[in-house]
Design a binder for this molecule. Structure first.
Ligand SMILES: [Zn+2]
Ligand SMILES: [Zn+2]
Length: 161
């Protein structure tokens, strides 16, 4: 059995890829491994073995765990990525959100093209079902801008020193 799908949940899949400048700057690294682990446990318990996006039953077997995802809102004008919450989601939904990472894994031969296609097709179908579209950057330049900042816990973080 899968949990019921909702537009609000599926909408999480529309999140654009993380801007280049913030690839190594995220709440997970700022809070440190112990706090992150605690948060992960809390959200896994909340999710009760079901992906908070697609509703799939996730057994917590090696290779099939619920992963904790940082949800962000994007201000493309002021180049601010703001943390809006967390969700415990399955690996497929997570890779669909982070499609840049999916591309890298494919390039490195860590997943097959068929598997990558399956992940994209599943996410695309979910979005289509609710008439949603993945958010994309207005330009490649904006994605690569060094000026992006992370808003988290009432503070603004910049990757520039
Ligand atoms: Zn899922
Ligand atoms: Zn994530």
């Amino acid at each position: 059995m899968t949990a019921q799908l909702s537009r609000q949940r599926v909408q999480i899949l529309t999140q654009p890829v993380v801007p280049l400048a913030l690839h190594y700057l995220n709440p997970r690294t700022i809070m440190g491994p112990a706090a992150w682990q605690k948060l992960k446990t809390t959200y896994r318990q909340k999710a009760q073995h079901h992906c908070m996006i697609c509703g799939r039953y996730v057994p917590h077997r090696p290779g099939d765990w619920l992963e904790l995802h940082e949800q962000y809102a994007y201000d493309f004008k002021n180049l601010i990525q703001s943390l809006t919450g967390y969700v415990a989601i399955c690996h497929d939904c997570h890779l669909y959100i982070h499609q840049g990472l999916l591309g890298i894994q494919l390039q490195q031969g860590r997943i097959t093209a068929a598997r990558a296609q399956q992940i994209i097709a599943k996410g695309d179908a979910l979005l289509k079902q609710f008439n949603l579209q993945k958010i994309t950057y207005p330009s490649r330049q904006l994605f690569e801008s060094p000026n992006w900042q992370l808003a988290f816990g009432g503070k603004l973080y910049s990757s520039q020193i």
